[in-house]
Ligand binder design. Structure first.
Ligand code: FAD
Length: 533
């Protein structure tokens, strides 16, 4: 998972090593024995285990069972107490937390935020072990451009943006990205393209086409500021657009596929040309960043959750939302029934027909993903350029791994680390992939991940001690062809009065900025509705 590559060397962020020296924290690192991991020689030679160790771990954060009970109409608890509150927000991911942030900023505290899981954050949750904190899904936010005003306001409030600029500890240290191709690690995800005349030519033409699209003003963040339902690019697939542009070399097609698999969990065939172009055109090519933390976007989610205080109620799945006639809505969760005027629905929109009385399915398609956190007791053997934050294997079925300790100033460069491995399941249709994912075993997946990574790190099995894996059946929405024109997005009457949809899936782009924007817009609608009463 990575943002557009930073091609402007003049605005390059500091490397972790430079930062350590500059900040005086070098003292911490100086005592550590640095054994080169940048050569083909085994790291910490002589300490290799004679036989592969047992790897511990298992599935974590499993919540599919509740979703299936909702889908199958299983009986749910009968309410035993009534709570009257003007507004209820359902779902404490970034969208729900951002809605709460906006309500709080306006001094409105007559609401509750109900979250199904034990911790808020949704796809911006993370974990921690003795080695490092790490993300369970979202791990960065691109440095927001001038039009992403809400993101900038939040980062000012959190101290990430000050009058002197972005907090340097938060800007991703260099090197940011590398690609394992032709038997070695090379700099940048475009390494393969840059290695041949055809590749360079196609990349040049691709960049020109993207620059032209960028000038059209259609590709903005948040997307609502520029997207048009009638866009010609929304009516064709990204694969079709690439074909039409004559961009056909295997290296170019891999580069484009990587982008859509990375941001949408979908192939270029299953992504609209509008969304495929958006991935590249919505960001400035010379932007700094991204902003990242060892635990990923959990860093933000925790701070947002802290602002909500006791109004956030976790471990509380909402199982039914019933109309209360002119009086509003009855929201059922656990043994409580909340009587309210307004509901912010920040859980995934595909759940509405199972939960909200009278609502239809939005018809959106969702991609299944798998995320694994691997704990390593040392850095494994490898060949080529030094490790980066984001490390992608050209031959991999997965999207590679992000190094959680990359941004941690106290971590030893050759010492224990945690890698977050990402895999979007794009080969078969999502329903089949979900079924296979649900019936596969943890050890099958560990084996598969080890085989994939062994191509670049031959002794990986000897270095990995623990693997926890999360299965995300409906991880992110796919911006399929004609997504922009979908009724659920365009028709203001699609959701009944008093139900304010807020999930990032309404944007078709599963991004922090979109979740925040949708949450804030829904909160504004609630504030207006409450003001009228
Ligand atoms: C593997 C992966 C990696 C990603 N990486 C990035 C990244 O690096 N950067 C980025 O910007 N974006 C990334 N994303 C996208 C990420 O989804 C968004 O950034 C954002 O976090 C979505 O927030 P949300 O609130 O819209 O949705 P969600 O995170 O889906 O939150 C929905 C919430 O609703 C809750 N909920 C569901 N049903 C109920 C119910 N019945 N009752 C109560 N609560 C319920 C859920 O538990 C969840 O907390 C990634 C996504 C995935 C899957």
């Amino acid at each position: 998972m990575s943002p557009d590559e930073n091609k402007d060397s003049s605005s390059s962020p500091p490397s972790r090593r430079t930062f350590l020296l500059a900040s005086g924290a070098a003292v911490v690192a100086a005592g550590a024995a640095i054994v080169s991991r940048f050569t083909n020689a085994p790291a910490l030679l002589g300490l290799d285990r004679k036989s592969g160790p047992r790897i511990s771990g298992g599935w974590v954060n499993e919540s599919a069972a509740l979703g299936h009970r909702l889908r199958d109409g299983a009986s749910m608890p009968t309410p035993r107490r009534i709570v009257r509150v003007p507004a209820v927000a359902v779902g404490g991911g970034i969208a729900g937390l951002s809605a709460a942030w906006q309500l709080e900023r306006h001094g409105f505290r007559d609401y509750v935020l109900l979250e199904m899981e034990r911790d808020a954050g949704g796809n911006a949750r993370g974990g921690e072990n003795a080695v490092s904190r790490y993300p369970w899904a979202a791990h960065y936010v691109p440095v927001p451009g001038p039009r992403a005003t809400l993101v900038r306001e939040l980062f000012r409030e959190l101290g990430v943006l000050t009058d002197t600029g972005w907090d340097e500890r938060t800007l991703c240290f260099a090197p940011q990205e590398r690609l394992f191709v032709h038997g070695e690690w090379q700099s940048g995800l475009d390494a393969e393209l840059l290695g041949s005349h055809t590749g360079r030519d196609e990349l040049h033409r691709f960049d020109d086409l993207i620059a032209e699209q960028r000038r059209s003003g259609e590709f903005t963040i948040p997307m609502a500021l520029g997207a048009r339902a009638g866009s010609a690019l929304d009516r064709m697939s990204f694969a079709h657009w690439l074909d039409a542009a004559g961009l056909r070399s295997p290296a170019m097609r891999w580069y484009a596929e990587y982008g859509t698999r990375d941001d949408y969990g979908a192939s270029t065939r299953d992504t609209s040309a509008w969304a495929g172009v958006h991935y590249h055109a919505a960001r400035e090519p010379t932007e700094q960043g991204p902003l990242t933390w060892p635990e990923g976007n959990t860093w933000i989610a925790r701070r947002l959750a802290a602002r909500v205080g006791t109004r956030l109620i976790t471990g509380t799945p909402v199982h039914r939302i019933l109309s209360n006639g002119r009086k509003g809505w009855r929201v059922r969760a656990g043994d409580a029934e909340y009587l309210c005027d307004d509901v912010i629905f920040a859980a995934p929109t595909f759940l509405t027909p199972y939960i909200v009385e009278g609502m239809r399915a939005p018809g959106f398609v969702y991609s299944p993903w798998l995320v694994a956190n691997l704990t390593l007791d040392r850095w494994p053997e490898e060949r080529g350029v030094p490790p980066a934050w984001d490390n992608v294997l050209r031959s991999g079925v997965g999207l590679g791994y992000v190094v959680a300790t990359h941004q941690a100033l106290r971590a030893r460069e050759d010492g224990p680390t945690v890698w977050t491995y990402y895999c979007a399941l794009t080969t078969r249709d999502p329903a089949t992939e979900r079924r296979v994912l649900q019936t596969s075993t943890w050890s099958d997946w560990v084996e598969r991940i080890m085989m994939e990574l062994a191509v670049a790190h031959p002794n990986i099995r000897r270095c990995v001690t623990h693997v926890d894996i999360v299965r995300l059946g409906h991880a992110m929405v796919r911006p399929t062809v004609a997504f922009l024109g979908a009724d659920a997005r365009r028709d203001p009457q699609w959701a009944p009065r008093g139900i304010h949809l807020a999930h990032s899936d309404l944007s078709g782009l599963s991004l922090f900025e979109e979740a925040q924007y949708r949450g804030v817009v829904a909160a504004d609608a609630v504030l207006a509705s409450q003001h009228r009463r």
